[in-house]
Design a protein around this ligand. Structure first.
Ligand SMILES: [Zn+2]
Length: 185
């Protein structure tokens, strides 16, 4: 049974992952550009003096560090927000589902939005924090449901449908906009 489960996990093709397309040319992290957060674009203001960390208040205020450092700072900000928003949400959804989750992590995984392990750990791609909450919620429920049902069976999709009523909308959003989440800003 254990080896069969392993095989099933390895064969799971996560349908929430979009088709890999070549990236369009990246935006520059300068004033007047915008960056995604929870499904919305917010204007960027690069601040030349007096700001040490990124601040967010319906706009991104970003210290004017040189070159790659500015993008690295934004990446770290996203990872921090992903931990702050996604982990507690996943904990409460796990509790509602009665799923014995042993650990929830935010990871840098370019190939999946979420994943789960045989030891009941679930991982979420930090880039999800750029997506709307209903999309994040769907990915959370999707991974947690795998701890109940390993494969994408009708029983699996019934669990998702009951727990994430906006499943179809979320899947469509990821298919259409997934590529946006991969861009640096
Ligand atoms: Zn799956």
């Amino acid at each position: 049974m254990e080896s069969k489960r392993q095989w099933i996990y390895e064969k799971i093709a996560h349908p929430q992952k979009y088709q890999d397309l070549p990236h369009p040319p990246g935006k520059e992290l300068v004033s007047g550009e915008s960056a995604l957060y929870l499904g919305r674009q917010y204007r960027i203001e690069v601040i030349k003096t007096g700001l040490v960390q990124i601040q967010f208040a319906q706009r991104f205020f970003i210290p004017a560090t040189r070159g790659k450092k500015r993008k690295e700072a934004l990446r770290k900000w996203y990872i921090g927000k992903a931990r702050e928003k996604i982990i507690p949400r996943a904990e409460s959804r796990a509790h509602e589902l009665g799923v014995p989750v042993s650990g929830i992590k935010i990871v840098d995984n370019r190939f999946r939005w979420g994943s789960c392990t045989l030891k009941n750990n679930v991982n979420f791609n930090w880039r999800l924090i750029k997506a709307p909450m209903f999309v994040i919620d769907y990915v959370i429920v999707h991974e947690l449901a795998h701890l109940i049902e390993a494969n994408h069976t009708p029983r699996f999709w019934n669990i998702i449908r009951a727990q994430a009523p906006t499943m179809e909308k979320a899947k469509a959003w990821l298919k259409e906009h997934g590529q946006l989440l991969e861009q640096e800003i």
